[in-house]
Design a binder for this molecule. Structure first.
Ligand SMILES: Cc1cc2nc3c(=O)[nH]c(=O)nc-3n(C[C@H](O)[C@H](O)[C@H](O)COP(=O)(O)O)c2cc1C
Length: 308
């Protein structure tokens, strides 16, 4: 019996359950030297904002045990250049595209949605709400159910039924199920879990914060148990919600762990920095391990850890 390796997220079908993670492969150009982008589930692009942005002060990276701390910020060309350059290039590669958007106000997300509505070649939107809301004392949208809902409602009202919307949440909350419920009842079709975990490193030589941005986002294997926990909790509370999982996946076995917790797809982020072929290797390993365990499809494995 051949394995059915396809998966659906928020109603969109993908031929494989392995994706890039936003911000870790830019728009895919570098990775395309290592494998054809059309062979993976989809490329999730770096969160795009309305205007070009320079990102945060240097240094922007610190190595940590089993992880990486970054304070790159949402550096990028802005939506207009992205639509002219990146989308057509990705489409020319035959890649499926999930566009990640980010804003500082609910209105900015609305404007981005207006610009993306009707653009062909996009499979879904990932709405990164793990950013500070300048209209609410810089409180991260995804830390507050009301602000999180407001963004998803405004994106939904503009996108209509054209594209699936995945809301990307931060694990830096007391109760992630509350936020997940809020965005799902506001029109999201699925969730992306998890963004980086807020952390900090102090340089003991200079005795000052190491990163120019003071705090940064922790990623890599150090956060995998947090991702597994968040996915498991959300799946338990909202069993029908589709989840794109990410956080510290470096092998097919790690990807399987997130799938067993409840993810229908898995994004690979930090692993690609050390090994640009990681995404395709992990995809191969996952295919093999699902077969070895006797699954007939990815669908059968999703949420398996919840079964008696
Ligand atoms: C350098 C870097 C940049 C990132 N940029 C974004 C981004 O633009 N938008 C976003 O939603 N997540 C961003 N992330 C978070 C990743 O998409 C992912 O959620 C997180 O790193 C956990 O996965 P990983 O451990 O496999 O890296 C970034 C992560 C890193 C390490």
């Amino acid at each position: 019996m051949t394995l059915d390796f396809g998966t659906t997220l928020g109603g969109a079908w993908f031929p494989t359950p392995i994706f890039t993670a936003s911000g870790c492969a830019s728009s895919g150009k570098e990775l395309s030297q290592f494998f054809p982008l059309r062979e993976i589930g989809a490329v999730v692009t770096k969160s795009i904002m309305l205007k070009p942005r320079a990102g945060r002060p240097t240094p922007r990276m610190a190595e940590t045990p089993s992880g990486m701390l970054n304070s790159i910020g949402l550096q990028g060309p802005g939506i207009d250049a992205f639509l002219i350059e990146d989308i057509p290039w990705l489409a020319s590669q035959g890649a499926r595209i999930i566009v990640s958007i980010a804003g500082e106000t609910a209105e900015e997300y609305a404007v981005l949605s207006r610009k993306l509505r009707g653009v062909s070649g996009i499979s879904a939107l990932e709405v990164n709400i793990s950013c500070p809301n300048v209209e609410n004392r810089g409180l991260v949208f995804a830390c507050d159910p009301t602000s999180a809902s407001e963004v998803i409602k405004s994106v939904r009202s503009i996108i209509g039924g054209d594209l699936p919307i995945l809301a990307k949440l931060t694990p830096d909350v007391t109760n992630i199920v509350n936020i997940a419920t809020a965005v799902m009842t506001s029109g999201a079709d699925g969730l992306a879990l998890i963004n980086t975990v807020l952390g900090m490193v102090i340089n003991t030589e200079t005795m000052r914060p190491h990163l120019g941005g003071i705090t940064g986002g922790l990623s890599g294997p150090a956060i995998r148990p947090i991702a597994v926990r968040a996915i498991y909790q959300v799946r338990q509370a909202l069993p029908n919600v589709s989840i794109l999982g990410m956080g510290g996946v470096t092998s097919g076995k790690d990807a399987l762990e997130l799938i067993l917790a409840g993810a229908s797809g898995v994004s690979i982020g930090t692993a690609s920095f050390g090994d640009p072929s990681a995404v395709i290797r992990i995809q191969r390993e996952l295919h093999q391990i699902l077969q070895d365990k006797g699954f007939n499809s990815v669908r059968e494995a999703v949420g398996h850890a919840h079964r008696d």
